[in-house]
Design a protein around this ligand. Structure first.
Ligand SMILES: [Zn+2]
Length: 349
């Protein structure tokens, strides 16, 4: 039974290799075009309209990319946007997605370890140096050039029974700390059982944080935090109904865009709205128990975001537009969609 539409069994060895060579070239060209699209979708944040909380989830769930394939493409697309010269190198085969992804990881590591942001010229120089090298050689070159410890990629493998094998590399200092902690909990876990020890330590930390939060905030078992009414000054600055301010990360992403300008224009008027009353904690609890996750909906498909991270209470109709604090006017949104909705409303104005 034929499984392909094209029978290539009759091709001579030379023709087969020639055909393969051409297809590889096409594949690289398409890879570059795919990255361009991903970069543009990222810039326009189109995944939010489609009720996904992130580009990563959009690529994995909507387009079927594996987790690692999606991450490599996102990293590469962002680098391509910053250094457009990368396109030619992808098409020529001088650089591949894994290498680009490694460069991005190294750039982040430098920022974290040395608190230094690499400029475009430095990135170009790194990219030149890793052309036509293997993944291992790329890692060595990056580590040496940036004086980084070995770049480690953590791996996660899910088994049929949903157990997970993690491959994690710890630095000398990190493993010393972990062993010290393991000794401290030796009474509670089996000897040398890292899974038990790490889980035990994680549980203790979760319990500790939950107790801390319960004292001042509304907290769910999943660690989702809703700002409490007791912290009115923070509410004034972050609740969407009076004009949400983006987090520093989002602010950085948008510092050059018109969106931020629009937000800034709206805020003063909203902040001074006289009718605004803070939400009662009991109402926040009720709405969170009811919705449980982000309710942002893509009306063309009916898909609901469903994210359980960074949840916020949203007024369906904003207070400054006459919306009330009634339950019917409240819903849960993730911070990404809360901001997205606010930006949309700002543009409508
Ligand atoms: Zn969401």
């Amino acid at each position: 039974m034929k499984t392909s539409t094209l029978n290539i069994g009759h091709l001579s060895n030379a023709d087969l290799l020639s055909r393969f060579g051409k297809l590889v070239q096409t594949e690289r060209k398409i890879t570059h075009l795919v990255l361009e699209c991903i970069a543009e979708i990222d810039a326009r944040k189109l995944f939010l309209d489609k009720a996904y909380p992130s580009l990563y989830e959009f690529l994995v769930q909507e387009f079927g990319y594996s987790s690692s394939a999606a991450l490599r493409r996102i990293e590469s697309a962002r680098l391509l946007r910053e250094v457009p010269e990368v396109a030619v190198k992808i098409e020529s085969g001088a650089l591949n997605l894994s290498q680009l992804s490694k460069v991005q990881q190294a750039v982040r590591a430098v920022q974290k370890i040395a608190d230094r942001k690499l400029d475009i010229e430095e990135k170009k120089e790194l990219l030149n140096r890793i052309e036509h090298t293997t993944q291992q050689q790329t890692e060595v070159i990056l580590c040496q050039a940036l004086s980084l410890p070995v770049l480690v990629e953590n791996k996660e493998r899910v088994h049929r029974d949903e157990s997970v094998t993690l491959t994690i590399t710890f630095s000398k200092e990190q493993i010393a700390i972990l062993k010290q902690a393991q000794d401290l909990v030796a009474h509670a876990v089996s000897e040398q059982n890292w899974a038990e020890a790490i889980t035990y330590l994680a549980k203790k930390e979760i319990q500790r944080r939950t107790k801390l939060r319960e004292a001042t905030q509304v907290t769910t078992a999943a660690g989702v935090r809703i700002k409490s009414d007791t912290d009115k000054s923070k509410n004034m600055a972050t609740d969407k109904d009076i004009g949400i301010r983006p987090t520093s990360a989002v602010r950085n992403e948008h510092q050059n865009s018109n969106e931020t300008k629009t937000q800034n224009k709206i805020q003063p008027q909203s902040l001074t709205h006289p009718g605004r009353k803070p939400l009662r904690t009991s109402i926040k609890k009720t709405i969170l128990n009811h919705d449980k996750c982000c309710q942002f909906k893509d009306h063309s498909t009916g898909k609901i975001c469903g994210s359980t991270r960074f949840l916020q209470v949203d007024h369906r109709q904003a207070v400054w537009a006459g919306g009330s604090n009634d339950l019917q006017n409240l819903e849960i949104l993730c911070s990404q969609h809360n901001q997205h909705k606010y930006r949309q409303e700002s543009f409508l104005d």
